[in-house]
Ligand binder design. Structure first.
Ligand SMILES: Cc1cc2nc3c(=O)[nH]c(=O)nc-3n(C[C@H](O)[C@H](O)[C@H](O)COP(=O)(O)OP(=O)(O)OC[C@H]3O[C@@H](n4cnc5c(N)ncnc54)[C@H](O)[C@@H]3O)c2cc1C
Length: 475
């Protein structure tokens, strides 16, 4: 006799949860419940930019972009120096194009034009019209159509775990049982205690802030302790550069800036993707100085066009990127802040920051020389972003990677999203997908769209595997 409340319970209603619930129904389940702690569906997914990475989707093919079978996997492994769980990553990457098609078939509206997600060799970023909210709206509508139930405002406190098997969830003192449970609770960016413990390189008390949803409290870490699940991915995630004056989040640097390390040396193309800037700062004591001059803040009329086009990133689903902190008004507002340095000469600027003047002035002199030649032969920044740093006053903004967009410490899974125990065995009846998994994000966040791609792709893998397990259990 079947005496379970549901066939499958999914904890969390972000992309990972919605994709797994819908897939479980497609795979033959009839009684699927999504339990959501917050009063609103969608988690961080609903707040996100809506770029989804994928290789060999119908849209990519239609755009005439050729992508080889395992190039995405190989590039992902290379950028992460193989320090991820290659099994699940390979299966997820291989199906990433098919997952974009699946999202599209389920009503997610994509633009035809793809973008470069990060440091990839060919465009793989699929942009959703309407951003993350449009993904949530489409999948929730589809889930409701096929009979998935939702329980809003119910935070799961613990898993029901008996005789080595997960058979349900406990929320507010109530037990709900199921053949299988999928954990899709997102990350822990909204939990300062967990940030300090598990993402210490991102944690600066009084400065670090999270840009996602308040539901990201890291409950998967509690569940893991309860069932002895393996955890992996300490100190992984995505951090964006932050001047520390407010909690306004800024994804990219304007192309007319120069980014210096503590020695006053330049070290990259300043228009690099945010995941790359995060890693570069990690290798430089997590401190950088964004240097520019007054012409950038108040360009003369004849040069206005040169400064207006300041971003490499042009996304069809996003308004033209514009500086947020690096504007005359914001600099004026925070001019007395200890992280904002303003000086009439480069020597004085160096002194204000505490960098030897020879180093800073030498770096800027070389940069200005490259500007004159029109070619950044040192770091390869595109010529159209090269503007001299020569009009006083000069500015240096101290930035640290303390704006958190993603956390990567979580449950270790196999290539079917089954959770692995500390004893090396699979935990029966337990699956995980999305930001609550570990070992998917490596030392470098590979680019815009990789989180949503893994939430959707691994969410589908979890839905399939949990449905198969449920059917076998009831056979
Ligand atoms: C501003 C911003 C922009 C971003 N842009 C992009 C982008 O363009 N492309 C990209 O790939 N990534 C992007 N990301 C990252 C990406 O949005 C997330 O990694 C992804 O949405 C996570 O999906 P998820 O389903 O794992 O978690 P979430 O979407 O966070 O969903 C988890 C859900 O679980 C719920 N929950 C948690 N604990 C419990 C519990 N105990 N009981 C019940 N429910 C619970 C939460 O309330 C939440 O609703 C962005 C992130 C942010 C913050």
């Amino acid at each position: 006799m079947i005496d379970k409340d549901f066939e499958i319970i999914v904890i969390g209603s972000g992309l990972a949860g919605l994709a797994s619930a819908l897939t479980a129904v497609e795979r033959g389940c009839r009684e699927v419940l999504v339990v959501e702690a917050e009063g609103v569906l969608g988690g961080s997914t609903r707040l996100c930019g809506g770029v989804v990475m994928g290789s060999r989707s119908r849209l990519q093919t239609a755009a005439g972009i050729e992508d080889a079978e395992d190039d995405m996997f190989k590039e992902y492994m290379a950028i992460n120096v193989w320090d991820v769980s290659a099994g699940p990553v390979e299966r997820w990457a291989a199906r990433s194009g098919e997952t974009i098609d699946w999202l599209q078939d389920n009503g997610v509206p994509f633009y035809e034009r793809l973008i470069y997600s990060g440091d990839d060799r060919r465009p793989r970023g699929h942009c959703v019209e309407g951003g993350g909210q449009a993904i949530v709206d489409a999948l929730v509508a589809r889930c409701r159509e096929v009979g998935v139930e939702f329980a809003l405002g119910n935070r799961v406190d613990e898993l029901i775990y008996t005789d080595g098997r997960v058979t349900g969830v406990r929320s507010g003192g109530e037990d709900l049982t199921a053949e299988a449970v999928i954990v899709a609770t997102g990350g822990f960016g909204a939990n300062p205690e967990y940030l300090a413990q598990h993402y210490p390189i991102a944690w600066v008390p009084g400065e670090t802030f999270y840009i996602g949803s308040q539901g990201a409290r890291g409950d998967h870490l509690k569940f893991s302790t309860q069932v002895d699940a393996q955890l992996t991915g300490e100190n992984r995630g995505l951090r964006m550069l932050n001047p520390g004056v407010d909690t306004m989040h800024e994804a990219f640097l304007p192309g007319w800036t120069v980014l210096l390390d503590k020695r006053g040396h330049r070290f990259c193309d300043e228009t690099a993707p945010y995941g790359i800037l995060d890693s570069l700062l990690k290798a430089r004591d997590n401190v950088g100085y964004v240097v520019f001059d007054d012409a950038a803040l108040r360009p003369p009329a004849d040069l206005a066009d040169r400064y207006a086009d300041a971003y490499k990133q042009v996304w069809p689903n996003h308004a033209k990127f514009k500086p947020k902190h690096y504007t005359a008004d914001v600099i004026e507002q925070y001019k007395d802040h200890e992280r904002i340095h303003i000086a009439e000469s480069l020597d004085a600027l160096a002194e204000s920051i505490g960098i030897p003047a020879d180093d800073l002035c030498g770096t800027i002199a070389r940069y200005n020389h490259l500007v004159e030649t029109g070619e950044d032969t040192d770091f390869g920044k595109a010529g159209r972003f090269l503007n001299p740093i020569s009009t006083a006053p000069f500015y240096a903004v101290e930035v640290r990677p303390t704006a958190i967009a993603h956390t990567g410490y979580g449950m270790r899974i196999d290539d079917h999203a089954r959770v692995i125990g500390v004893d090396g065995n699979l935990i029966e009846g337990l699956y995980a997908a999305g930001e609550c998994t570990g070992g998917i994000v490596g030392p470098t966040y590979s680019g815009s769209g990789s989180s949503l791609a893994s939430a959707a792709g691994i969410g589908r893998m979890a839905g399939e595997a949990a449905a198969d397990y449920m059917k076998a259990a009831r056979a």
